[in-house]
Structure formats: C-alpha cells, structure tokens
Design a binder for this molecule. Structure first.
Ligand code: NAP
Length: 482
C-alpha cells in the first residue's frame, strides 16, 4: 500500500528534560513510533539533555526501558537497536555554563533543529537565552514549550516576552496535546468539510453545547503542582478553551496556521465574564483505598478545586443566547472526554405529545474511544403505532477505518508538525494571553470571596450542584456514563 505519511526533512530534536516523566511516557515512545514509520529520515537524531550525569550509552538504556514500559507492545530487537543508535545524551544544567559545547558538537548544520523544553516553565526563558547565546539556533530553528504556559496573565506575558526576545513567534510551538488528537482535527473536517452541519451551526438551531473532560485519576504524585493550579488553570484555561474555540469558531478562509488561530482568538475574546453563580467548584473526598484531594495535596485546608463546571456565553452573532456548559474533574466516575452539540427540538411535532420530545445530538468522543455519533429520531420498529425513538448514526473510527484508525497519537503528530514547521495545532502568544485574561478575574473572584470548593464523593459525577447548574435551565449533562 502507498505510504500515507507526510514526509519530513532530516532533523535534530533536542529534548531538555529528556530523563523526565513526560519524555519517558510520551515523547520517547512517540519518536520511536515515528522512527518505525520512516519519519526519522537520513541521520536524524534525538538528543536528551538534563542535569543528571549519564553517558549516551546509559541514556540509551533508560530510553529502552521507557519504551518497554510505555509502548503497547515490546519493540523488536533490531528496530530498537537502530532507533537507539540515533540517540545521544548531554549533561546540561539549563541555568549553568557546562555542556553547551558538547551539545553544539552533536548538532548537524544541515538539519532542522528543534529544541523541546520538557522542563518546568521557570526554565523556559533561561533555555531560550542560552540556546541563542551559544549560537545553537538560527532563524529556521524551533522551540517547543510544554504547559503550563504561565500561572496567570502576568506570568504568561512575561514568559512570552522572554521567548520573544530570543525567537520569532513563528519559531515558538506552545503544545496543547488535545489539539493533536485525531478527533479534534476531525471536528474541523466535519464542520468545514461537509455542507450538512455548517448551515445549522448557530444559535438558531443549536440549543446548547457541552464539553466534558472527566478523569478517574486523582492528583497523587502531582500534589505540589496541582495545589497551586487547580482544575481552572490545569484544564479549563487551556484544553477546554481550545476545544471551545474549535467548536465555536467561524470558518477560517483556509487551513493555515494564522487563519485558524485568528478565528480561535476571536472566540476567546468574545467570551463574556462568567457570573459567579454559573460556576461550581468541587474537591474529591476519600473513598475506600484512595485518599482525599486534601490528603493528595498535603494541605488539610486546601481551597483548590479538583472539579469545575461552568456555564459561559459568547457575545457574537453566531452564538448569542446559546449556553456553553464546560465541565472537568478528577476522580470522577469514568474517564471520558466528549463534546455534545444538542440541537433544538423540531418547531412543531406532527406526531403529537405522546411521541415525546426528540432532538438531534452530535457527540464527538475524544477518549477513550475516538468517534463521532449523530442521534437521529426514527420510528420505533413494530406495529405499535407511530412511536419515536432516537438512534445513533455511529462513526466509531476504529470500526469505520479499521487499521487506518490506529494512526499517530497526539505527541507523534504534533512533534512531526514542529519538524514540518506547521503551527496550526499550536497556541499563539495572543491566544494564550486572551485565555488568561478571561480566566484571571474568575480566580481572583474566588480568592476575594474566600470561596471553598464543594466536597464530592470520589468516583461520582462531581458535586450535585453541577447537575443543578443544568437542571435549572431544563437541561442535563451528557458524557459521564452512569
Ligand atoms: P519531571 O519528571 O520532573 O522532569 C523534569 C525534567 O527536567 C528532568 O529530566 C530533569 O532532569 C530536567 N531538569 C530539571 N531541572 C533542569 C535544569 N535546571 N536543567 C536541565 N534539565 C533540568 O517533569 P515532567 O513531568 O517530565 O514535566 C516536564 C514539563 O512538562 C513540565 O513543564 C510539566 O508541567 C509539563 N507537562 C508534563 C506532563 C506529564 O504528563 N508529565 C503533562 C503535560 C505537561 P534533571 O533533574 O536530571 O536535570
């Protein structure tokens, strides 16, 4: 079969934080899979960098162990050896003076250079400055920065300024791995590649839109970070906001990075401030065998939320009057990320009241099983008269596309986009700042009021007030299976 891979040019990928959790769980497995797909052409190399004293040989052992632990199947020996032969390690403290010459010696002048900052954000500015000062980057080089991008608007602006001093915006790739998911991109294909949906995609035909990102895990092991972040900063300001942008944006003139990001930015800027009574915050309590949130963050008085649900509005022509309900939380009943577009009822039912209320719903499932479902109303089969039921037109990618559905994961796709120089799926500086400008007053309001999140039982749907948020509007949540 003809290869469906989009070719990339030879590159050197330097992973600062190459020994860390993210590198081991996501970046290294992603690169191995791209290697297997023939996407480390020529003599392309991966260079890990961190403070730990390691030889390249012992780093390769670490990489092999990480792949064994985090790939679904154990890699075959020859392929693994060929991949490891493309890997080096340099010992560098991002704030220190040593190691930079070793790194310079490993980089090839003819290859694309990408520097992945898989380290805490306090190092981003130092790394950017050192890479430039050591002459390791030119105007074709790229840097990739991980979340969190700032703690609030002020810190995000300072981070942007630090990076902007060393690199042009077209060289900076702010990663949000949600944007690398197949279904998220399919959302754009479904909206803008079909005539069917776009004419109905507005407040006249859509009753409301819901976005749920539910996790079953707690914050154990990341307590320090999470205590200072909470669900608002960790999920809402970035992942949820990006999903909202893609579902609500106007059609860009073309599928090009700035055209898409211009439209996403307009969505964020059209967001109204959220009324305090339209926000529910929660904190999980202990359950059998699992600690409470306060125990996980080691703070018996923590006021940080592990759950948030809110109702927001966009002040523009397309969405005037349409509520968007966004909900995310830890230690919920199931792991599920989905967007549901709930269409309005037909204006008049010719089938009478006894046929009940029916409407169309478009569900975009991001995890665990990616796919898109459209609920349509049909007649219930049988001789029982004109009874109506809603049935799904199901497009589970795994079923519809077979092995083709098992494509690259988010990190594979995004890293290859960095190498190709395609920023469409990365956040621009103004987008990030606009998202913080919307988020900051909400958080400040909680701090001023001394707001304390509502406790909720672990492995449930979160606090009851979250159901109430929709119930008082005559609606109910979809997305976390009961
Ligand atoms: P981690 O496990 O603590 O790893 C941090 C890495 O940075 C280590 O390799 C560490 O190695 C290196 N490092 C620390 N200080 C350094 C310095 N001064 N100079 C050079 N290297 C240094 O953290 P992580 O979980 O991998 O996260 C990395 C970044 O990704 C963070 O910004 C995090 O918020 C973000 N992120 C992580 C995840 C995840 O699932 N883990 C998800 C999304 C975003 P040495 O100590 O040997 O230097």
């Amino acid at each position: 079969m003809e290869s469906r891979e989009n070719p990339v040019d030879p590159f050197d990928l330097v992973v600062f934080g190459g020994t860390g959790d993210l590198a081991q769980r996501k970046i290294l497995p992603a690169m191995f899979k791209r290697f297997c797909a023939g996407q480390m052409p020529g003599e392309s190399r991966l260079i890990g960098a961190a403070r730990r004293e390691l030889s390249s040989e012992s780093y390769r052992v670490l990489v092999g162990e990480a792949l064994a632990a985090h790939l679904p199947a154990r890699p075959d020996g020859d392929t693994l050896a060929a991949f490891l032969a493309r890997i080096d390690y340099v010992q560098i403290d991002g704030r220190g003076d040593t190691g930079w010459q070793d790194l310079a010696a490993l980089l090839c002048p003819d290859r694309i250079r990408a520097f992945y900052f898989s380290v805490g954000p306090s190092l981003f500015g130092d790394l950017a400055q050192r890479i430039r000062a050591e002459g390791l980057a030119d105007d074709q080089s790229r840097i990739v920065v991980e979340k969190p991008f700032g703690h609030d608007l002020d810190t995000a602006q300072r981070l942007n300024a630090d990076l902007d001093r060393q690199f042009m915006e077209c060289q900076i790739y702010r990663i949000d791995h949600y944007l690398g998911k197949e279904t998220v991109q399919n959302l754009m294909a479904v909206r803008f590649g079909n005539m069917l949906f776009e004419p109905l995609w507005n407040s006249q035909y859509i009753d409301h839109i819901q976005i749920t990102v539910a996790e079953t895990v707690g914050v154990a092991g990341r307590g320090d970070y999470y205590q200072n972040a909470g669900a608002m900063r960790d999920m809402m300001q970035n992942h949820m906001m990006q999903l909202l942008c893609l579902i609500a944006m106007e059609p860009p003139a073309k599928f090009d990075p700035d055209a898409v990001r211009d439209e996403k930015l307009k969505v964020i800027r059209a967001l109204d401030p959220v009324e305090p009574h339209h926000i529910i915050r929660g904190q999980y309590t202990a359950a059998e065998g699992v600690p409470s949130f306060r125990e996980d963050v080691d703070n018996p008085r923590s006021k940080t939320e592990s759950f948030i649900a809110l109702r927001c509005h966009l002040s523009n022509w397309r969405w005037a009057g349409t509520p968007f309900y966004l909900r995310t939380g830890k230690r919920l009943k199931t792991r599920s990320s989905q967007i549901t577009v709930v269409f309005k009822d037909a204006p008049h039912s010719i089938f009478g009241r006894e046929s009940g209320r029916h409407n169309n719903e478009l569900t975009i499932q991001l995890q665990p099983d990616e796919g898109i479902t459209l609920d349509v109303t049909i007649k219930e089969p049988g001789a029982g008269g004109m009874k109506l039921i809603d049935v799904p037109l199901d497009m589970s990618f795994a079923e519809a596309l077979g092995p083709e559905a098992d494509g690259p994961d988010a990190y594979e796709r995004l890293i290859m986009d960095v190498i190709r120089g395609n920023q469409t799926l990365f956040m621009r500086n103004d987008e990030v700042e606009a998202a913080w400008a919307w988020t900051d007053p909400i958080i400040k309001g909680w701090e001023l009021r001394g707001d304390v999140p509502k406790p909720y039982d672990s492995f449930t749907n979160g606090p009851d007030d979250s159901s109430q948020l929709l119930r008082r509007d005559g609606r109910e949540w979809r997305g976390i299976k009961r």
